[in-house]
Write a protein that binds this ligand. Structure first.
Ligand code: NAD
Length: 486
C-alpha cells in the first residue's frame, strides 16, 4: 500500500496517526469517490491493535497536555486554525472528492467554519469561568478539569466539520483525543493530523485511526482508559456504542439522526417557505438536521406545492466540483440502494411522487417529493438520508404540532409563519433540540446543539461542550478556612 495518495492534486497520507507517527496496518480498505465510483486509494484498516495503541498514546500524552496552560492550549488551537485557513482550497477539493458534497459549499462555508471551530473553542477556553457561590460564608468555586483520553467517532456527511466540532472543544478542555473518521470519507482527518502536527500540537494529543466501525469500534468504546466518547452517526450504532461503553460507565455524547418537520402556516411568506423547503435537498439530502417532512396548512398546500415544484426544477444535479451544481451525488451505491428501497416501498404503499421517485444512475438520486403518505408509514417515520421529502397537510395549529411531534426523533424543527405569537406558541410545544423560525441552518457556536428522544443524548456548543469534556468540580472552602493552618 502506498503511504500517500494524490487526490485533487493534494497528497494525503493513507496511514493512521498514532503517538505523533504514521502507522500502517496489515490490511487496507478502498476509499471510493462518490462522484464517479473511482477508487481514490487504499487506506490503512485499523482493528483492535490500532485502537489499543491509539488509546495508549492518548493516555501517555494526557498529563502533560492537561497541565499545559490555557493560554498555550489556546495558542496552539489558533495555530491549527491558521493551518486550516492556509489549506482551505486543498481541504475543500479533498473533502468534495471524498464525500461528494459541493466544492463551493466547502470553500465558502464549511472549511472556513472548521477553522472557526478551533478559534471559537480557543477563545471560549480563555473566558471559561463561573461566579463563585456563597453558602453560610463558605465559598463554592467551580472549575473544569480535563476528563482524559476521549474517543471521537464521526460520520461521512460532513467529515471534517463534524470532527472538529468535537476535536476543538476536547483539545481546548485539555483532553487528548482518538479520532475515528467514517470509512467512506477518511481523508480530511488524515490532513488534520498533518495540520495539527505542523501547528505544534504535541505527539499523542491527537491520534487518528481509520477503519470500519464494526472492526475497530468496540475496542475503542469499551477501553477502560477512555474517559469520554462523543459520537455522531446513526441510532443503531449509537445503541451499540452505549452498550460497549456501559461496562466502564464512560460518559457519552450522542448526536444522531432526525426526521425533522418544516411547518408551513397559511400566514407564511410562501416564497420564503419554498426557499426553505428546497434547501432541504442540500448535500443530496444527507444532512441530519434536514426538515424532510413538510407539514403544510391545507389552504396553501396546492400553491406551496406548485411553487416548490417550479423551484426544484431549477436545481442542477451533477458533479459537485462544478460551481453551478446544486445537488451532488449520494455517498455510496449502497446508500443509493437504501434510499431507493425506501421510496419504492412508499410508492407501493400508496404514496405519489410529485417529483422524482427514482435513481438517476449509480451515484445520483432524483430529488423526490412524496405525497399521500400516512403518518404511521415508514417513509414518514424513518430517516432516509437522501433527497427524499414528504408532504402532508394540516388544518389546525394543534394538528400541526401533533404531526410534528409524532416521531421518535427530536433533532430540529423549522417554522414558516408570519405570526410572531404563533411562532412562540408552537415553538414551546415542539420537541426539538433546535427550532428555526423563518430561517434554517444558522447557529452560533455559543448556543447548544443536540437532539431529544432518539436524536441524541446531551448538548454540545459553548459551555455545554466544556461541561461534557471536563470533570466539573466544586471546591467548597470554609469561612476563615486558613485560621488554624498557620
Ligand atoms: P453510522 O452510525 O453508520 O457511522 C458513524 C460512525 O460510526 C462511522 O465512523 C462508523 O465507522 C462508526 N461505527 C460504526 N459501527 C461502530 C461501532 N460498532 N462502534 C463504534 N463506531 C462505529 O452513521 P453514518 O451512516 O456514517 O452517518 C449517517 C448518520 O449520522 C445519520 O443517521 C445522520 O442523521 C447522523 N448524523 C447526525 C448528526 C447530528 O449532529 N445529529 C450529524 C451528521 C450525521
Amino acid at each position: 500500500m502506498p503511504d500517500n495518495i494524490v487526490v485533487g492534486g493534494v497528497s494525503v497520507d493513507t496511514r493512521h496517526w498514532i503517538g505523533g507517527e504514521r502507522v500502517a496496518s496489515d490490511d487496507t480498505f478502498a476509499d471510493v469517490s462518490p462522484i464517479d465510483g473511482s477508487v481514490l486509494g487504499e487506506m490503512a484498516r485499523g482493528g483492535p491493535a490500532e485502537a489499543v495503541a491509539a488509546v495508549a498514546a492518548a493516555k501517555a500524552a494526557f498529563p502533560a497536555w492537561a497541565a499545559t496552560s490555557r493560554a498555550e492550549r489556546a495558542r496552539i488551537l489558533h495555530a491549527i486554525a491558521d493551518g486550516v485557513e492556509k489549506r482551505i482550497e486543498e481541504l475543500s477539493i479533498v473533502e468534495t472528492t471524498d464525500n461528494g458534497a459541493l466544492l463551493r459549499s466547502h470553500r465558502r462555508g464549511v472549511i472556513p467554519r472548521v477553522a472557526h471551530n478551533f478559534r471559537f473553542f480557543a477563545d471560549w477556553l480563555l473566558k471559561l469561568e463561573h461566579e463563585d457561590f456563597e453558602t453560610r460564608g463558605h465559598r463554592n468555586h467551580v472549575s473544569w478539569d480535563p476528563a482524559g483520553p476521549s474517543v471521537l467517532i464521526t460520520p461521512w456527511n460532513a467529515p471534517l466539520m463534524l470532527a472538529t466540532w468535537k476535536v476543538a472543544p476536547a483539545l481546548a478542555a485539555g483532553n487528548t483525543v482518538v479520532l475515528k473518521p467514517a470509512e467512506w470519507s477518511p481523508l480530511t482527518a488524515s490532513l488534520l493530523a498533518d495540520i495539527a502536527a505542523e501547528a505544534g500540537l504535541p505527539a499523542g494529543v491527537l491520534n487518528v485511526v481509520q477503519g470500519y466501525g464494526s472492526e475497530i469500534g468496540d475496542a475503542l468504546t469499551s477501553h477502560p482508559d477512555v474517559r469520554r466518547i462523543s459520537f455522531t452517526g446513526s441510532v443503531p450504532t449509537a445503541k451499540r456504542i452505549a452498550e460497549s461503553a456501559a461496562g466502564n460507565l464512560t460518559p457519552l455524547s450522542l448526536e444522531l439522526g432526525g426526521k425533522s418537520p418544516l411547518l408551513v402556516f397559511a400566514d407564511a411568506d410562501l416564497d420564503l417557505a419554498v426557499d426553505l423547503a428546497v434547501e432541504q435537498y442540500d448535500n443530496a439530502g444527507q444532512v441530519c438536521l434536514a426538515a424532510t417532512r413538510f407539514l403544510v396548512e391545507e389552504s396553501v398546500a396546492e400553491e406551496f406545492t406548485r411553487r416548490f415544484v417550479e423551484k426544484a426544477a431549477t436545481l442542477t444535479q451533477g458533479d459537485p466540483r462544478d460551481e453551478t451544481t446544486d445537488i451532488g451525488p449520494n455517498i455510496h451505491p449502497r446508500q443509493l440502494e437504501k434510499i431507493d428501497a425506501f421510496v419504492q416501498r412508499a410508492l407501493a404503499a400508496g404514496a405519489r411522487a410529485v417529483i422524482g421517485g427514482h435513481r438517476k444512475d449509480t451515484q445520483y438520486y432524483a430529488p423526490t417529493l412524496l405525497t399521500d403518505v400516512a403518518q404511521d408509514s415508514e417513509i414518514v417515520q424513518e430517516e432516509v438520508f437522501g433527497p427524499v421529502l414528504t408532504l402532508q397537510t394540516f388544518s389546525t395549529e394543534e394538528e400541526a404540532v401533533r404531526l410534528a411531534n409524532d416521531t421518535r426523533f427530536g433533532l430540529a424543527a423549522t417554522l414558516a409563519t408570519g405570526d410572531a405569537e404563533r411562532a412562540e406558541r408552537v415553538t414551546e410545544q415542539l420537541v426539538a433540540g433546535t427550532v428555526w423560525v423563518n430561517c434554517f441552518f444558522v447557529r452560533d457556536l455559543q448556543a447548544p446543539f443536540g437532539g431529544s428522544r432518539h436524536s441524541g443524548v446531551g448538548r454540545e456548543g459553548g459551555t455545554w461542550s466544556f461541561d461534557f469534556y471536563c470533570d466539573v468540580k466544586n471546591t467548597v472552602t470554609a469561612p476563615n478556612g486558613w485560621k488554624n493552618h498557620g
